[in-house]
Write a protein that binds this ligand. Structure first.
Ligand SMILES: NC(=O)c1ccc[n+]([C@@H]2O[C@H](COP(=O)([O-])OP(=O)(O)OC[C@H]3O[C@@H](n4cnc5c(N)ncnc54)[C@H](OP(=O)(O)O)[C@@H]3O)[C@@H](O)[C@H]2O)c1
Length: 332
């Protein structure tokens, strides 16, 4: 298949997308970043996936978030972006901030997942090959490994930076105590932890309650929010309790119809009412709510169509939240 010549929008930095400093670092991230978790697998329509990526870049989304295992199958998302990095996106490497991760199931056998030096070192090399880049901008330890000495995982991150394979490193889904050790260890080895990546949305606020959000800020690390729309629950995708064909819930792997309980539907309706009052959709308001906290450096959205992306981009032109709105959104 031939890749069309791509000319990015000349006004892509003309003020639409605001950028936020990622912790105490030199890196500015777009307030909305594009995630490659489930929407960029090998079975999806390639032309459509390319269009979503181009649309994102045309609108100032410079940060693309991947992982070794994103697809399906594992590796497919990196391969897709890699094919573009060889062709249409090649001239724009310096404008892109590409992150990837290692730690979830990637290949069979004892070295294919978790946080050993073996897993991380092998994985970054394979990611660079699939992505067709000399380095990634940010490399994350994708999850805390309770069985590997933390120092082994962290030293691998340090060495990956020192070998020039990643410019920055980060951690994802680490419990607070391990995160604290990670911030300290990396700093003591002259490598700043650029970001903590954690699940955060109106329905899942653990990072507020367990201190992760503030801990990252105190350490000078950014906080990057994933699954900001609770995989589609915080949108109109399942309004009225219907499960459309082709939706993430229809595939049943990470979202299941039984999650649509009467309690959740009632809560979503209350949130939708607040959104209506602001003249926003539930999706745009949910993203705006995350960005209203300055400690959130960037929000990584997933989008399976340009229409979704277009709707979600409205979150960057949000009105401030009133005390009343915040109080209503604080109710579970
Ligand atoms: N560090 C980690 O462990 C981790 C874990 C999960 C995710 N992440 C990162 O975070 C990214 C985002 O996660 P996520 O995909 O769960 O994010 P999300 O934004 O919460 O969910 C994305 C899904 O919501 C639906 N959606 C999005 N916008 C919509 C709209 N305007 N109207 C209706 N439906 C809409 C789509 O579902 P349909 O597909 O049904 O259309 C889309 O695929 C991932 O790609 C990945 O980069 C990281």
């Amino acid at each position: 298949m031939t890749t069309r010549i791509y000319t990015p929008a000349s006004d892509r930095y003309a003020g639409g997308m605001p950028y936020r400093r990622c912790g105490q670092s030199g890196v500015m991230l777009p307030q909305l970043s594009l995630g490659f978790w489930l929407n960029f697998g090998s079975e999806s329509n390639r032309r459509k996936m390319h269009s979503i990526i181009y649309y994102a870049f045309d609108h100032g989304i410079t940060h693309l978030d991947l992982a070794n295992n994103y697809g399906p199958p594992v590796g497919a998302a990196e391969s897709l972006l890699g094919s573009m990095m060889q062709t249409s996106l090649k001239p724009f490497r310096d404008e892109l901030f590409i992150s990837t991760k290692a730690g979830h199931e990637m290949w069979p056998g004892p070295y294919g997942e978790w946080g050993s030096r073996k897993q991380l070192m092998s994985s970054i090399d394979r990611s660079l090959q699939r992505l067709h880049v000399d380095y990634v901008d940010l490399f994350y330890s994708h999850r805390f490994d309770p069985d590997t000495p933390l120092e082994e995982t962290l030293q691998a991150l340090v060495d990956i930076v020192k070998q020039g394979k990643a410019l920055y490193v980060g951690i994802s889904k680490y419990p607070p105590e391990a995160a604290e050790k990670a911030y300290r260890y990396l700093a003591a080895h002259d490598v700043h932890c650029l970001a903590y990546q954690g699940k955060y949305n109106l329905l899942h606020r653990d990072v507020e309650e367990n201190g992760i959000l503030q801990q990252a800020a105190t350490a000078g690390s950014g906080f990057v929010a994933f699954s900001p729309l609770a995989q589609g629950l915080l949108t109109d995708r399942y309004a009225g309790g219907t499960v459309p064909n082709g939706s993430r819930m229809a595939s049943g792997q990470f979202l299941r119809p039984e999650m649509l309980t009467p309690q959740l539907m009632e809560r979503l309706e209350r949130y939708r009412e607040v959104a209506r009052g602001r003249g926003e959709t539930l999706a745009a308001m949910s993203l705006a709510w995350l960005l209203h906290d300055e400690r959130v450096s960037s929000v990584i959205i997933g989008a399976s169509s340009i229409a979704q992306l277009e709707e979600n981009l409205k979150a960057v032109h949000r009105a401030p939240f009133s005390h009343e709105e915040l109080a209503l959104l604080a109710q579970s």
